[in-house]
Design a protein around this ligand. Structure first.
Ligand SMILES: C[S@@+](CC[C@H](N)C(=O)[O-])C[C@H]1O[C@@H](n2cnc3c(N)ncnc32)[C@H](O)[C@@H]1O
Length: 290
């Protein structure tokens, strides 16, 4: 009898299944939870592609995993969407196939570690004695910054990046920290799962006193053939997104990195490397990448 909740509630690996401790991430045994990347099949990692090509059963995340990727790399596999299935259905589906000797892969959009709900599936499978591991992928924020041709960290502009989501069904208003990230100033704030609520999110920021001229870029379907960029500010972008009709599948990026100007020359290409870091806190020269 499958009880995914027991695995989630367990406080130690041993409470789940004594074999769990035997499995280490990335040892290639068990069911890989693979990041499919943001959409473009070319952005699936080489390891991810090899595993998908080898699979008998591909359980995937539905519309955010590009069907071209499935057609190209998993044409011969059984393909099952996870949309509409709960843990109680998904876990036995993957467990039974694995125990029948089939090669099973779980494909998440982007990277499984970002708003992926991967761990609860992995823990439930491990609880049933099925090893799992993660193969990372390109998360939407990285695809969006590539589409915008900018950096998320930019010398003199943004020293930090926040991956966040707006309040809604899952997040209570007091758990919404978007305004606090903006208050920090030198943060690029990347909002996932907020396409349907761009206008409300921006209105809340204006009401809370944030500068309406703060730059915002909304990248719809980054890396897909129909990708689109809507550029504006906290004051203007909401109505632009509403006019475009996007309700899902966009990444909202707030901060000066979206404007792509005002940054400073990096230390790395300013003779820093030849002078030596002189910065014992940085640990080694190889850490100087901006
Ligand atoms: C359930 S989350 C999954 C995120 C995924 N694990 C990742 O790392 O990108 C889905 C949200 O990711 C964002 N997203 C995913 N793919 C995207 C893309 N190609 N372009 C823009 N945003 C994307 C959207 O905000 C969407 O609502």
């Amino acid at each position: 009898m499958t009880d995914p909740q027991a695995a989630i509630d367990a406080e130690t690996a041993q409470e789940r299944d004594e074999r769990v401790g035997d499995y280490t991430a990335g040892d290639g045994e068990g069911i890989p939870f693979i990041g499919a990347g943001p959409g473009d099949p070319g952005l699936l990692t080489v390891t991810g592609r090899e595993l998908v090509e080898d699979a008998d059963l591909v359980v995937h995340a539905g519309s955010l995993v590009n069907s071209d990727l499935l057609d190209e790399f998993a044409a011969d596999a059984e393909q099952v969407t996870s949309i509409g299935k709960d843990l109680e259905e998904l876990v036995p589906l993957m467990r039974d196939a694995y125990e029948d000797g089939r090669t099973v892969v779980r494909l998440h959009s982007g990277d499984p570690a970002v708003y992926g709900a991967a761990l609860e599936q992995m823990d439930a499978l491990e609880h049933e004695g099925v090893p799992t591991y993660i193969v990372p992928g390109v998360t939407a924020a990285f695809a969006a910054s590539a589409t915008l041709r900018t950096q998320l960290t930019l010398n003199g502009v943004a020293n930090h990046v926040a991956f966040t989501r707006p309040q809604g069904k899952t997040l209570a208003p007091e758990e919404d920290h978007i305004g606090e990230f903006l208050d920090m100033g030198d943060v690029t704030t990347c909002i996932y799962l907020g396409t349907h609520a761009v206008a409300e999110t921006m209105d809340r920021l204006v009401e809370a006193g944030h500068d309406p001229d703060t730059p915002v870029a909304v990248v719809y379907h980054a890396s897909w053939p129909d990708e689109d960029i809507i550029e504006g500010t906290i004051g203007t972008v909401g109505s632009k997104v509403e006019a475009a009709g996007y309700r899902a599948s966009a990444l909202v990026l707030i901060g000066d990195a979206a404007r792509k100007v005002g940054y400073e020359r990096s230390y790395l290409y300013d003779g820093w490397a030849n002078r030596g870091s002189g910065d014992s806190a940085s640990g080694s020269e190889t850490e100087a990448d901006d």
